[in-house]
Write a protein that binds this ligand. Structure first.
Ligand SMILES: [Zn+2]
Length: 109
């Protein structure tokens, strides 16, 4: 069972759900309470949290997808809308994956 806050933005809800799906896919046991939760943070395994953060973001905005969208000239706002993500998540994925540098290299060839 995945619990999420229905009062958060749809993009935040999707991010939270993808994070929890990542825990399930990786077979992590136990509960996970997000940093933005109203209740105090209880992280049972920091390695699992980092893995779920990375995989959750990957599930929300896949690497090849964002690369293709950036190569096609789409903005972070457009990419966020396509994936139901926040602009902050789109910018995070662009930065952490080096998407803009990779897109610029593709344009040269
Ligand atoms: Zn977690």
């Amino acid at each position: 069972m995945i619990l999420y806050n229905g009062n958060n933005s749809p993009a935040r809800q999707e991010s939270d759900i993808m994070h929890e799906v990542a825990h399930i896919l990786r077979g992590h046991k136990g509960d996970c309470l997000q940093l933005n939760a109203d209740i105090s943070l209880r992280v049972h395994n920091e390695d699992h949290e980092q893995e779920a953060k990375w995989l959750g973001a990957t599930l929300q905005i896949p690497e090849e997808g964002i690369l293709r969208h950036v190569c096609a000239g789409r903005t972070s706002e457009e990419i966020a809308a396509i994936y139901g993500a926040s602009v902050q998540m789109a910018n995070y994925r662009r930065r952490i994956l080096g998407i803009d540098i990779r897109a610029a290299r593709r344009k040269r060839f």
